[in-house]
Design a protein. Structure first.
Length: 187
């Protein structure tokens, strides 16, 4: 795909317009027509960049996975320590200032497959190291990793959907408590 300055500016305008619309309405209600109007481009130009709106949202989801992976690669001990709170803090760093937008993307049931793809990308990147540290097989590690990831995702989603107002640090602390819950004994 072409990467000249004009192309990149248009590409950015499309993504910015999409992010703006996502903040105002549900994904399912966004049309290519209104996206093009906001980005100040015509429909043909949109289709030079993306085949559908689904392609566009999958690009945003992939970017989120890549940003999480980037942070994890800088500090691989966070994932190999199996401390869920630390993994959650990595998510916090990757989500950063785009929290509300990311929650809308992550919360989209229509795009659950993209979240699963992102989980696989992240787990696959660390699988050899995790297998070496834990002496577990890849299949068991994948089930465990996806379970942890789904739990963390659920905490973010619930906080957003139910407007609980928890900070990202509070979510990380809850994730740690949730995982260690089985170790708690009633008094």
């Amino acid at each position: 795909m072409k990467k000249d300055l004009r192309f990149q500016k248009t590409h950015n305008a499309i993504q910015d317009a999409f992010r703006t619309l996502m903040m105002k309405k549900d994904y399912e209600k966004i049309t290519v027509k209104e996206l093009c109007e906001l980005a100040k481009i015509n429909r043909k130009t949109f289709y030079l960049h993306y085949h559908t709106l689904d392609d566009l949202i999958e690009t945003l989801e992939r970017e989120l996975a890549e940003s999480i992976l980037l942070v994890l690669r800088e500090t691989p001990e966070k994932i190999t320590s199996f401390e869920v709170g630390e993994i959650c803090k990595v998510m916090n760093e990757a989500i950063g200032i785009n929290y509300e937008l990311q929650m809308k993307v992550l919360g989209s049931t229509k795009h659950r497959h993209s979240i699963e793809k992102a989980q696989s990308i992240i787990l696959d990147a660390f699988m050899p190291e995790l297998m070496r540290i834990t002496k577990m097989n890849a299949s068991d590690l994948k089930v465990m990793g996806i379970g942890i990831s789904n739990g963390i995702n659920s905490l973010y989603h619930m906080n957003y959907q139910q407007n609980l107002g928890l900070s990202m640090d509070q979510i990380a602390n809850l994730a740690d408590k949730f995982v260690s819950f089985q170790q708690c004994s009633p008094e």
